[in-house]
Ligand binder design. Structure first.
Ligand code: PHE
Length: 448
């Protein structure tokens, strides 16, 4: 059972730290590029406003009322004849599945942080060669940095809610904000800024298709950390009188703002050098270093700051991916925190090694299933199936299973009657329909 509680600001920073992650700074900008810019951004913003925010309130509510690990909270809140809902709590395990590849990417970021000192690549060919060599050939190096990431995250989680998660978020999140807004201030002085702005905010609907819509919906879940119990687990330590609605709003707002700022910064640099927008996942590892190399020493400093921000964002999200299972093991199996952390970390560390090996030339085939690298399978399964499924279960549980009075009395004083009704409509109808639509489409489109 929980004893520790966040402070109010500690909770906001921890939840924002969870939401703001690689999804914002690495994934959102390249997806925007891949799907043509403005129209994609608009769909993403609409989804965040009408689906993401509502589900965030619902997920926080389950945690704040349940006050247990994810399984315990569902079990406690479900009506007596529907205790099977506790199995929905196993969505907490999605986090460690995500961690198997998330930690590998944090490892790449650590590697880059050190590589920057040896000089930035001046051509796309060399940059691509560096990235491909790391991912395709240097298994040992990757395992090393993946292990460093696992150990750092394990240490923070081991220190617990107050001494670890809250403390680190209170330092890393302001640092991240400072760096990103500093970079933004600099980016506005560049010629590329106006182009970046137009690219992101002028909607070109001809580029949008059902795949782009589905990816935008999926991403808005990933970026807000919804559907896997991270927000729920943190909310179990929500200070008693904190407002769920207000907190959810601040977190959603910060997450969205940071994604937009990251996009503006990256595209300002890119367009300043006349580089093309659509580049895929290599955007920050291949294109950005090349572009920054043209800025001389200043470029090295900018690259360092950027990758530092990326590392901070990754770590604060990673701890929220691990905490739900750790909390589950503590609550259910009476484990000490230390033991729970070791068991959880060992599990995803090992699978993570399989994930990174699946991209190497030497081991790729061994770690692929049906021709798909394990890395992609893990990413696809979580991002496209498990998170939306988790979101759907949360929406159904709060919209239909929890007694309305209970939900009403928890939220009405925060929202007022009108907003409460709008929110409830969204959680009962808009969110489930959007999520089912998305899951069906994605399964059809990506045909795994
Ligand atoms: N929101 C994080 C990001 O944008 C990822 C994440 C997903 C974290 C789910 C926790 C839960 O990178």
């Amino acid at each position: 059972m929980k004893v520790q509680q966040f402070s109010r600001i500690g909770f906001i920073m921890a939840a924002a730290g969870s939401a703001v992650g690689l999804g914002n700074i690495w994934k959102f900008p390249y997806m925007t590029g891949m799907y043509g810019g403005g129209a994609f951004v608009l769909v993403y913003l609409i989804t965040i406003a009408f689906v993401g925010f509502s589900v965030m309130v619902a997920e926080m509510l389950i945690g704040a009322l349940g006050r247990r690990d994810t399984v315990g909270s569902f079990e406690r809140l479900a009506p007596p004849n529907q205790k099977g809902w506790k199995y929905a709590g196993f969505m907490g395990f999605n986090g460690v599945i995500i961690m198997t590849f998330y930690s590998v990417v944090i490892g790449w970021i650590f590697y880059y942080l050190f590589e920057i000192f040896t000089g930035l690549p001046t051509s796309t060919d060399t940059a691509k060669a560096t990235f491909d060599a790391l991912v395709g050939a240097k298994a040992g190096v990757q395992i090393f940095w993946h292990t460093v990431a696992v150990v750092i995250v394990a240490y923070i989680v081991y220190r617990g809610i107050k001494g670890g998660i809250e403390k680190f978020n209170l330092v890393l999140m302001p640092a991240l904000l400072l760096i990103l807004f500093g970079l933004l201030a600099y980016a506005t002085t560049l010629e590329g800024f106006g182009k970046a702005w137009d690219f992101m905010f002028a909607s070109d609907w001809s580029k949008i298709n059902s795949e782009a819509i589905v990816r935008a919906v999926g991403h808005s879940f990933f970026t807000l950390s919804l559907g896997m119990g991270a927000i729920m687990t943190y909310a179990a330590s929500l200070p008693k009188h904190a407002s769920i609605t207000k907190t959810a709003f601040i977190v959603t707002f910060m997450d969205t703002l940071i994604a937009l700022v990251a996009g503006l910064v990256i595209y300002s640099f890119l367009f300043h050098e006349g580089a093309p927008a659509a580049q895929g996942p290599g955007l920050v590892f291949i294109s950005l270093p090349v572009v920054l190399s043209h800025f001389g020493t200043l470029g090295t400093v900018l690259a360092l700051l950027f990758f530092l921000a990326l590392a901070f964002a990754g770590i604060t999200s990673a701890i929220s991916l691990v905490e739900p299972v750790v909390q589950y093991l503590i609550d259910r199996f009476d484990m000490t925190r230390a033991k729970a952390v070791v068991v959880t970390s060992l599990g995803y560390w090992l699978i993570g090694i399989g994930a990174l090996l699946s991209y190497t030339k030497a081991w790729g085939e061994t770690f692929s299933i049906g021709g798909k690298p394990l890395f992609d399978i893990l990413e696809y399964t979580t991002d496209s199936i498990l998170l939306p499924l988790g979101g759907l279960l949360i929406a159904i549980f709060v919209g239909y299973v929890l007694q309305k009075d209970r939900v009403y009395s928890a939220l009405e004083h925060e929202m007022g009657k009108t907003y409460f009704n709008i929110w409830r409509f969204s959680i009962r109808y808009v969110a489930p329909v959007a999520l089912v639509f998305m899951m069906l489409n994605l399964m059809g489109i990506l045909k795994i």
